[in-house]
Design a binder for this molecule. Structure first.
Ligand code: AMP
Length: 273
């Protein structure tokens, strides 16, 4: 596996490839969620590039940018064992410049839900993803449904900026108890881990209600709120696939999204219906 630390190294590496390329952008501290994206890419492409970059522009002041988990050695091993061809690990100065045009995510879909709690977060996400796509020019790029709003905004960017890459959505990977895997789970103590299980439990309750025939958003949100009552809930929302709020669930195209704080750690989860 090649380790590429500069943009020049990535550009030169890419120039020599004529095959199908899969890109998996990450911020490191890799877990089975990331590994599932990597495996999908390795299976479907001749060459897989993984990037590890903790992107400063997507963090708000006071968030965990400077304390974000870093597991360089373990990440290297995981990528190598998973059959990754190149690992791109640039420093911030490689990726950002003093004077550069910026990209703004569409207001309507980026200042609600995650973007309401984290204004400008998605501007930073799109900026870095665009740079990574331009550098590696992948045939396919893999993103998790775990960050479902991010996934939609990236799909929209690729479509509207005519970028020649297919965005491949990947299923959410959970631990055996149902907790959606996240690099930030590393911040949780034992008690918080138990509390965090209520997040996926609330989605399971929603699913049960749906199976009983309940389609009223307010009733389902109420049931979910009961399960999450011990936690500091930031939002429970049910939307269509354009992230517009709905009153009645459409069984073909709705999404249930949750964000809560568990102790000091902010966790998100969702379920596509
Ligand atoms: P991150 O390192 O948190 O920026 O995540 C990198 C990619 O992995 C993103 O596309 C995430 O949506 C995806 N991802 C993170 N956690 C999971 C998970 N539990 N299941 C599936 N994909 C995930």
């Amino acid at each position: 596996m090649k380790i590429l630390k500069t943009t020049k190294e990535l550009i030169d590496y890419r120039k020599n490839l004529t095959c199908n390329i899969g890109l998996v952008p990450t911020m490191g501290a890799l877990h089975q969620g990331h590994i599932s994206l990597i495996k999908e890419s390795v299976q479907k492409n001749d060459n897989t590039i993984v990037s590890i970059f903790v992107n400063p522009t997507q963090f708000l002041a006071g968030e965990d940018f400077s304390s974000y988990p870093n597991r360089y050695e373990a990440d290297l091993k995981i990528c190598s064992l998973a059959g990754v061809d190149a690992l791109f690990m640039p420093c911030t100065d490689e990726m950002y410049f003093e004077n550069e045009p910026t990209l703004l995510a569409p207001m309507k879909q980026s200042y609600i839900l995650e973007g309401y709690q984290r204004p400008k977060h998605f501007d930073g996400v799109l900026r870095i993803v665009l740079k990574l796509l331009n550098l590696s020019k992948p045939t396919n790029a893999y993103f998790g449904k775990k960050d479902t709003q991010q996934l939609f905004l990236i799909q929209n960017m690729v479509k509207t900026l005519f970028i020649d890459t297919t965005i491949v959505p990947c299923e959410i990977i959970r631990d055996e108890k149902g907790l959606a895997l996240s690099s930030r789970n590393a911040y949780l103590n034992e008690n918080e881990k138990l509390q965090a299980l209520n997040i996926s439990k609330s989605l399971k309750i929603a699913s049960k209600e749906l199976m009983r025939g309940e389609l009223h958003v307010n009733n389902i949100k109420e049931k979910m709120r009961e399960v999450l009552k011990e936690l500091d809930v930031e939002y429970i929302e049910i939307t269509n696939r354009k992230f517009e709020k709905i009153d009645i669930i459409n069984l073909k195209n709705s999404i249930i999204l949750v964000a809560t704080k568990v102790g000091k750690t902010r966790l998100i989860d969702n379920m596509w219906i």
